[in-house]
Design a protein around this ligand. Structure first.
Ligand code: GTP
Ligand code: MG
Length: 220
């Protein structure tokens, strides 16, 4: 019982910090996107390609890169010359999610006047990140075809807490014999309002829909 109460308090405290952080980001004209998925679904690959496309449109991206250990993902962005702050949770107990306070603290190291859109690459898993509001304006869950059609049904919180579901690695659909229609139906069953974007971050197929979605969001 006590354990549950403590957890509730932790989540409540995080929610308050997240709400304040969101208002702070809005006031500073920065649109924040929290990207979540299982390990290896394509978060880094998609954010990298997105950064390239946004820069062509003179939209200024930045990144908070979350990982338990290593700077391997963060290092992939140095060539883009964008603001990056890396958070490693390993030295502090290896948390499997990012919290709003850490995100806000990371953003304090950035000049928000020079940023239009801030991506958060959350730590790879379909469970804990969904429980913690990061202060982002939208949550995006990436589900890749090799993970199987049933994942929205098995990890519903991730899908109810997200506004967008990117289905990635669609170039592998045939080889894996994945039924995309069932995958989409399962996501919509859990969250009828979720926006589904199918793509291959490898070939670029479907990527224009994602960029158009971001452009519309930034105009609001
Ligand atoms: N075939 C195919 N491979 C992809 C696609 N997107 C990403 N990959 C590959 O999938 C692997 C994992 O991609 P990442 O972008 O590192 O995945 P991630 O979600 O950032 O992984 P973690 O940060 O470790 O959780 C890499 O080898 C990518 O090249 C895609 O659309 N199609
Ligand atoms: Mg990654």
């Amino acid at each position: 019982m006590k354990k549950i109460k403590i957890m509730k308090n932790v989540l409540q405290a995080n929610d308050e910090i997240a709400q304040n952080a969101r208002e702070y980001f809005s006031k500073n004209g920065v649109f924040v996107i929290n990207v979540m998925s299982s390990p290896g679904s394509g978060k880094t690959t998609i954010i990298k390609r997105t950064v390239v496309e946004l820069k062509k449109l003179n939209i200024r991206p930045a990144l908070i890169e979350g990982d338990i250990e290593t700077q391997l993902d963060a290092a992939q962005f140095t060539k883009f010359n964008i603001p990056i702050v890396s958070i490693n949770t390993g030295p502090f107990g290896g948390d499997c999610h990012l919290e709003a306070g850490w995100v806000k603290q990371a953003s304090d190291d950035m000049d928000l006047d020079k940023i239009d859109i801030l991506f958060i690459e959350n730590i790879g898993n379909l469970v804990c990140p969904a429980e913690f509001d990061t202060g982002a304006h939208i949550n995006v869950v990436i589900l890749s075809t090799p993970e199987g059609e049933d994942k929205p049904l098995k990890y519903p919180l991730m899908f109810t807490s997200s506004q967008v579901n990117i289905i990635n690695k669609c170039d592998l659909t045939e080889i894996l014999e994945i039924d995309l229609e069932t995958m989409k139906k399962n996501a919509l069953k859990i969250n009828p309002k979720i926006k589904i974007i199918e793509m291959s971050a490898k070939t670029g197929d479907g990527f224009d829909k994602w960029i158009n979605y971001l452009k519309k969001k930034l105009k609001k």
